[in-house]
Design a protein around this ligand. Structure first.
Ligand SMILES: [Zn+2]
Ligand SMILES: [Zn+2]
Length: 696
């Protein structure tokens, strides 16, 4: 009879099958009360699940053992809230046909069809929420029952919902021999839904919820199929958590890089050019250039060499690297030469033939590169190397192209062409630790300069039970230790994730938390034992024998697109002086001070500062308002008196009052020092801080 192993290693033995809920109660009344679900042998399931054989069991509550909210508890809660919302909508819109309602990272949705065309609007949200509140107050039990496949299908046919029938057919195709339903209460009496679960035990456990928004979608994502309405909602265990989430959403809306990017004219996405292809406007290009210069300077200090390589390469190159024909789904289709195309056409080759023959290597062509590594590898391989030459560190802001489904792209975070802050290091086995550490120290410098102090790293390690990994296990041990030590040296939180390494090597991922608490997954540092083998790379060792180098791929910020999208939101568009597209705007009070304004602007420009003068006929208050909207860091207001005393009245972005006066030369020098020092806005040593220092 079942022996149940708990997370702390203790074992509970039972004489008869027992439910997870019962085990929770045996452990303690507190746990039984807090329990929302269970993990049996690692799989999330209902608390009512019967355990009839030996297994591991963890009781899921809102709090994780190591602290913080358990995302799996939220999954249970939100999927349960989706059922509650569907029942509420069905009460108010009896014609509704339910399609599919999964939990999401931030909430849940339910796709619904309204065949009579009476679709809920945002005006109905309050009514829907009121019905949901009733269901929650009734504290009904989520009750699962299973039917054999044939019987279950017959039931669905009688009920006549083609969407649920389709869901069931797909479950059957995937090998299910039974179908399961969840009744919110008593089967046969209360509302129910075809569902795999799992759920929280009772509706009363859904502590706080909200209907969020509507979107239109299509059945199976197919635009020629039935039009559906997607109703989004969210749920939390408590009201304060929901309120905090709403505040965060509001703040996120104000900072949304898609909105700010348009408003501040930083980038443009053009239907005529193509979805997911970013056009960097002059202003956005300045930010990107400044950032690339900064990263490039730091790379040079660390001994990297800059290279340039083309955006396409032959299929054979990617066949050798293993990127083609695998991952074909995430790439643009290959490019075939004119002559080859004509020859194939004359043979009557169909598109399907062509695709197969390319995959098999019978037809050659080119590909928009999905990765920069193969090009860098060929540069390394183009000359002999001795052990003394290593490490070779090749860096490129390399543009790559990947195919994202059209529904997934928007803004700068999911794009079809992007430029990685890429580099490849070819190192000796004994240099791996040092080089991984070097990669991380660079990240530390750049995050510190940008004021991104909250970030964490994930170290992806081998799955101890798998044999899929290439390379010598002893070297893996060393590389994993190197990654772990390097992560520790950053002095930021890091977690180890066994099983998250690629088959070719361990890795370090960076996740940065922005000012409003959202996480952005950026780039990675990856040790690779595989590509050096595939490309048969070698260097001459001290013994004069050929040795295999190890590769390190590193693109710690991911891509310039994603990183700058993240930075726009991090700074809410108010970039520090050195990154700002326009750094100083000179505002003459009237025509009389125009010449002095021009002189100041010219002096700034001569020192490389991006300055402009507003010569419009607007009153100075209006000029200040415009410059503030454009988030320009400094305004230099000049009137006839300033011209006489060769001074400048300084205003800083985000500060209501005039900061005060500064001599002409001191202002120009101060601006230059702040920009060259890559200071954060208002940091000690900045022009703005010099005024506070003075008044203090
Ligand atoms: Zn469900
Ligand atoms: Zn690479």
């Amino acid at each position: 009879m079942p022996r149940i192993t708990l997370p702390d290693g203790t074992v509970k033995s039972y004489d008869a099958p027992v439910t997870a809920a019962q085990v929770a109660a045996d452990i303690g009344a507190g746990l039984a009360k807090a329990a929302l679900g269970a993990k049996v042998d690692g799989t999330l399931t209902d608390l009512s699940t019967t355990l009839d054989r030996d297994c591991t069991l963890a009781i899921v509550t809102m709090k994780r053992r190591e602290g913080g909210i358990d995302p799996e508890a939220l999954t249970l809660l939100r999927h349960s809230a989706a059922h509650i919302m569907a029942e509420a909508i069905q009460r108010l819109f009896p014609q509704v046909r339910l399609v599919y309602g999964p939990p999401l990272e931030t909430g849940f949705y339910y796709d619904m069809a309204f065949p009579d065309g009476k679709v809920p609007s945002t005006d109905d949200f309050a009514r829907i929420e009121a019905e949901m509140a009733k269901i929650v107050a009734e504290d009904r039990r989520f009750t699962r029952y299973d039917l054999p496949l044939a019987e279950g299908m017959a039931k669905l046919r009688t009920e006549g919902s083609k969407y649920k029938l389709d869901n069931a057919e797909r479950a059957a195709e995937a090998g299910s021999t039974t179908l399961s339903w969840y009744a919110t209460g008593h089967p046969g009496k209360d509302w129910e839904d075809l569902c795999r679960g799992p759920h929280v035990p009772n509706t009363g456990r859904v502590g706080a919820f909200k209907v969020m928004s509507l979107a239109s979608s299509y059945w199976k994502g197919d635009e020629t199929s039935d039009r559906l309405t997607r109703v989004y909602g969210t749920a939390f265990a408590t009201k304060p958590e929901l309120e905090a989430h709403m505040v965060q959403l509001e703040e996120a809306r104000k900072r949304d890089h898609r909105v700010l990017g348009k408003q501040l004219r930083l980038f443009h996405i053009d239907e005529m050019v193509g979805q997911g292809l970013i056009l960097w406007t002059p202003k956005g290009s300045i930010i990107r250039n400044e950032l690339q210069n900064f990263i490039g300077t730091e790379l040079r200090k660390q001994g990297y060499q800059q290279v340039y390589t083309p955006h396409i390469g032959k299929l054979d190159l990617y066949r050798t690297s293993g990127h083609f024909p695998y991952y074909r789904e995430s790439q643009y289709p290959p490019i075939v030469e004119h002559d080859e195309m004509a020859r194939l056409a004359s043979e009557g080759c169909t598109c399907a033939d062509l695709s197969n023959r390319m995959a098999q290597g019978e037809v050659d062509g080119y590909m928009l590169r999905p990765m920069n590594c193969p090009h860098h590898i060929r540069i390394f391989a183009s000359a002999p190397h001795s052990y003394r030459d290593l490490p070779v560190r090749l860096a490129e802001f390399g543009t790559v192209y990947r195919w994202e489904q059209s529904g997934e792209i928007g803004g700068m975070t999911r794009v079809r062409g992007f430029t990685q802050d890429d580099a490849h290091l070819f190192v000796r086995e004994d240099q791996v630790a040092q080089e991984v550490l070097g990669c991380l120290s660079l990240v530390k410098i750049i995050f510190a300069t940008l004021g991104m102090n909250e970030y964490r790293v994930r170290v992806g390690l081998r799955d101890p039970d798998s044999a899929k990994y290439v390379g010598d296990p002893a070297n893996w041990d060393k590389a994993e230790k190197a990654c772990r030590d390097a992560a520790r040296s950053l002095g930021v939180p890091f977690i180890e994730e066994p099983g998250e390494a690629a088959f070719y090597g361990p890795k370090i991922d960076f996740v940065v938390k922005d000012v409003i608490g959202r996480s952005w997954q950026l780039g990675t540092v990856q040790v690779d034992y595989n590509l050096p083998i595939r490309f048969d790379l070698s260097y001459a060792g001290a013994d004069n024998q050929p040795h295999r180098p190890v590769m390190i791929h590193r693109a710690p910020f991911g891509s310039m697109e994603r990183f700058i999208g993240c930075l726009i939101e991090h700074f809410a568009g108010a970039f520090p002086l050195w990154l700002s597209p326009e750094q100083v705007r000179v505002l003459p009070i009237s025509e009389k001070s125009a010449a002095y304004a021009d002189e100041l602007c010219a002096a700034l420009k001569a020192r490389g500062i991006r300055a402009e003068t507003d010569h419009s006929n607007e009153r100075v208050q209006a000029k200040i308002k415009i410059a503030a909207e454009e988030k320009i860091p400094y305004m230099a207001v000049v009137g006839p008196r300033d011209a006489e005393s060769r001074a400048v009245s300084v205003r800083a972005r985000g500060v209501e009052a005039n900061l005060g006066e500064m001599p002409f030369d001191a202002f120009v020098d101060g601006i230059l020092r702040e920009a060259e020092g890559r200071m954060l806005s208002g940091a000690p040593g900045s022009v703005q801080a010099s005024f506070t220092a003075r008044s203090a």
